[in-house]
Design a protein around this ligand. Structure first.
Ligand code: GDD
Length: 407
């Protein structure tokens, strides 16, 4: 039997995702019309003998209650949210719930970061992991040398795939092969995490007896049960024949900023062509408007037949799109109204916002920000142009803005 764990983090982790994380925990922000965490969860469905999916985080339980019960029914696999009383780190959080996770007596445990967008080749990883015979296998992708330092960089043996060296976000270049934040482990991972906490406790006790150090606490020391998977487990275990890599050539992106959500939404929409064509507006036979490329339209949304939609558009529940409106590369959230002949491109339009007649909400996707974001209940009045800007909730714009953050 196999268990999957998805690390969802908590409210303090999502700050770069503002203003969109004001309304909904980042893991539930919709990409391609489905909550972010829905994509790894539905990938888990392809794992043979999957017994349980756990989401571990420090958001309030009630924020996930509705989603977790509806997805459990839909997938016919139990999905449970487990709340940490405080952050324990990416490995410490897993360890905190070890007894519960081991109740199903799993032979393997998948561990997935919720803020990555990829094809999640989980069955292939499981097969490779069994062949390697180690404690863990890490999904790896090649990225550009310039961007590699934002991630965990690693070196592996080209023939055996053993992980030889691992450095988290290094200052000097190590490798363009990086950690995707998708892992499979045997239950021995718990012993490895326990080892790190025990070491920390011992060191803390040593410090307590030395009065000099007690007066000058070391800011680098972490609480014993705060364990990071990357620095505390992967780095020290590299080169010890316990960790291996599985390299993917499919798409992979990290979702830290709202701007990345448009890119990832579009990658998932493209994936729907193979995995869920019924979710695509051009694949389900209901032609609500003139559609180009991959588009998701929630069944409750009302789109005028003369609107032009796509490519890469997702329209959430109860949105209303007026006659002659033009939408491309955008995410339209619940209850938004887009009036006649308005244009939305490279933008995220927040819940209950309204865009006036002939208004334009756009961005230059080559610019640094590359996206326009309207928070909840923003009103863009008729004929107003909003370009490359972030607008915080409840603002009314009656004059044009460009390259601004409106607080
Ligand atoms: N439940 C819980 N509790 N989740 C946590 C905690 C915690 O205390 N701390 C982090 N997480 C979750 C985050 O929500 C995220 O899904 C994942 O664990 C990793 O988060 P970070 O530890 O903040 O690392 P990162 O996202 O900057 O980088 C990691 O992922 C990259 C891939 O996206 C590293 O492992 C990198 O090496 C890797 O390239």
């Amino acid at each position: 039997r196999v268990v999957a764990v998805i690390m969802v983090g908590g409210p303090t982790k999502g700050t770069r995702f503002r203003p969109l994380s004001f309304n909904v925990p980042k893991p539930l922000f919709p990409l391609a019309g489905q909550p972010m965490v829905h994509h790894p969860i539905s990938a888990c469905k392809r794992i043979p003998n999957l017994a349980q999916i756990y989401l571990i985080g420090f958001y309030e339980e009630r924020e996930f209650a509705l989603y977790v019960s509806s997805i459990s029914n839909e997938l016919k696999v139990p999905v449970r949210y487990l709340k940490e009383d405080r952050p324990h780190g990416s490995a410490g959080g897993l360890y905190h719930f070890r007894d519960l996770i081991m109740e199903d007596d799993p032979s393997h445990i998948f561990l997935l970061n919720c803020d990555v967008c990829c094809s999640f080749p989980l069955p292939q990883m499981l097969d490779a992991h069994k062949r390697y015979g180690g404690m863990g296998t890490i999904l790896v992708v090649k990225v550009s040398a310039e961007s590699a330092s934002e991630f965990g960089e690693l070196v592996a043996d080209p023939t055996t795939n053993e992980l030889l060296h691992y450095t988290e976000k290094p200052e000097t270049f190590v490798s363009d092969r990086i950690n995707c934040g998708v892992y499979i482990f045997t239950p021995d991972i718990f012993t490895a995490i326990e080892g790190v906490s025990t070491q920390r406790k011992d060191r803390a006790n040593l410090r307590r007896v030395s009065s000099f150090e007690a007066m000058q606490p070391d800011p680098r020391t972490l609480p014993a049960n705060y364990v990071r998977l990357d620095q505390d487990i992967l780095s020290p275990l590299a080169g010890k024949k316990q960790l291996y890599i599985y390299e993917t050539n499919d798409f992979w992106e990290q979702i830290k900023t709202p701007g990345m959500s448009i890119k990832c939404s579009s990658l998932y929409l493209a994936q729907f062509r193979h995995t869920s064509p019924h979710l695509l507006a051009n694949g389900n036979g209901i032609k609500k408007a003139s559609i180009t490329g991959d588009v998701y339209i929630h069944p409750s949304a009302k789109v005028h037949p003369s609107a032009k939609i796509g490519p890469s558009v997702s329209i959430s529940a109860n949105a209303r799109i007026g006659a002659g409106a033009r939408l491309k590369h955008c995410i339209i959230l619940d209850d938004v109204e887009i009036k006649e002949n308005a244009v939305v491109s490279h933008a995220i339009v927040g819940w209950k916002s309204s865009i006036g007649l002939w208004a334009r909400v756009q961005a230059n996707y080559n610019a640094k920000l590359g996206v326009t974001i309207l928070g909840e209940s923003v009103t863009v009045e008729d004929e107003v142009v909003v370009f490359n800007s972030i607008v915080l909730p409840h603002k009314t714009l009656n004059v044009g803005v460009q390259d601004e953050i409106l607080l």
